[in-house]
Design a protein around this ligand. Structure first.
Ligand code: GLU
Length: 430
């Protein structure tokens, strides 16, 4: 493994947190070694009759606290190393939220926008046939991630049922409502982030109408948080997607922005084909420039590694809410910290998604389905509680929210490691 490994870089985050907690050394040993990895080749029969093979991975990082949990992404840059880092973050995220899960993640190295809808269905079903023995309601429960969505989860659940010859809705979360999905799952990631902002706003006495927000990434999470914040009166002054960014100092009308992105082009494919830039008449800037805008809140909601040691000194935002996984690199952490920028870390900020996934799994297993209001209240209560825990740990120890969130995760993982027995127990010192 080279120094450039995303997994090794992700583990570095444990170092500062380790100083705050007194847990068995063995916890770290366990976390440094993913439990199991699976790499498969998935054949796809293209619409023109040709056969193409795609590489896919699924990583079980750790299952001390419960079965693996985490998304499946479709992106050309998916690698095994990236999946390991993302699975590690899931272990920590589930621990921060005190969910009875470990961490897992996977994906296919594919550009899903190059596939027809039928090809996408065949590929998704093919993936499940390849990894069926590696997943299961008590083993590893996939969910949506970058460029996967509820329709794809529905196909996957259906395929899994064919493979195991029984209905198993709890094998996957983020499903359509008609197939056992949960109320409130589609905007859960955004709502979790929104709760973090609302809590911080309360503490800092922000007035929404005077608070400006830039959002990088206008997929499910980015659109959702734009909508929730705009409803409260926040000024969404910049948004971007993979084609570029747009800025409007007075703030965008978010519902029409979402409509422009999603409705104006054909929606018969599962992806929105439109770019916000093509649809809205506003000043265009680059994705890089959006990250450096002078705003109160910057929300990276797309991919990893967008704020790095190279551009962290240019970030002007007062607060960065990591709605994506891993948007700030560990080298950039210190720079932002020194400049007094508050970063609400991914393992807390975007944990609303996996939290409602957990609720979906509970509902599937009990057969008792909850109302949207019930789900929303449970999510808000849990997010607010864990947010307060992280804030308190950070204040008590004078560390960043990121270090505090990792310390909280380590504390809970350490308790689990202790409970299964450590060197002290087996040497009769416990
Ligand atoms: N992909 C989301 C994440 O990174 C959701 C995972 C899940 O619901 O299991 O947190």
């Amino acid at each position: 493994m080279t120094d450039h490994s995303a997994f090794v870089a992700a583990l570095r985050r444990l170092d500062a947190a380790a100083k705050l907690v007194d847990i068995p050394e063995e916890t770290y040993v366990r976390l440094r070694h993913p439990k199991a990895v699976l790499t498969v080749s998935v054949p796809l029969r293209r619409d023109d009759g040709s056969l193409e093979m795609f590489t896919a991975h699924r990583v079980h990082h750790n299952d001390l606290r419960g079965p693996g949990k985490g998304g499946l992404r479709y992106h050309p840059d998916v690698t095994l190393d990236e999946c390991k880092a993302l699975a590690f973050w899931m272990t920590c995220k589930c621990a921060v939220m005190d969910l009875p899960y470990g961490g897992a993640k996977g994906g296919i190295a594919v550009d899903p926008k190059s596939l027809s809808q039928l090809e996408l269905e065949r590929l998704s079903r093919g993936l499940i046939r390849r990894i069926a023995e590696f997943i299961g309601p008590q083993l590893d429960i996939p969910a949506p991630d970058v460029y996967t969505n509820e329709r794809i989860m529905g196909w996957m659940m259906d395929e899994y049922a064919h493979v195991v010859r029984r209905h198993e809705p709890a094998v996957i979360t983020g499903k359509p409502l008609g197939l056992g999905g949960s109320q409130g799952r589609s905007d859960a990631t955004a709502r979790g982030g929104y709760v973090c902002i609302a809590k911080l706003a309360e503490e800092r006495g922000w007035k929404p109408a005077e608070t400006t927000v830039a959002i990088q990434g206008f997929g499910n999470a980015g659109q959702g948080i734009a909508r929730l914040l705009a409803e409260d009166g926040y000024r969404i002054v910049a948004v971007s997607d993979s084609s570029g960014a747009i800025v409007s100092r007075d703030g965008f009308d978010v519902p029409s922005l979402i409509r422009a992105k999603n409705d104006t082009r054909k929606l018969e494919a599962v992806y929105c084909q439109g770019s916000v830039c093509d649809q809205v008449d506003a000043e265009r800037i680059s994705n890089g420039e959006l990250l450096e805008l002078d705003v109160d809140i910057l929300i990276p909601a797309a991919l990893e590694d967008v704020i790095t040691a190279d551009n962290a000194a240019e970030v002007q935002a007062r607060v960065v809410l990591e709605l994506a996984n891993g948007p700030v690199t560990s080298d950039a952490d210190d720079i932002l910290d020194q400049r007094g920028i508050t970063v609400i870390p991914d393992i807390l900020a975007n944990a609303g998604g996996v939290t409602v996934s957990y609720y979906e799994w509970v509902q599937n297993r009990s057969g008792d389905y909850w109302s949207a209001e019930d789900v929303r209240q449970r999510l808000e209560k849990r997010m607010a509680y864990q947010f307060d825990q992280v804030m308190r740990l950070a204040a008590d120890n004078q560390v960043s929210l990121r270090v505090a969130a990792y310390a909280l995760a380590l504390q809970r993982l350490g308790e689990a490691a202790e409970a299964v027995g450590t060197r002290d127990l087996f040497n009769g010192k416990d």
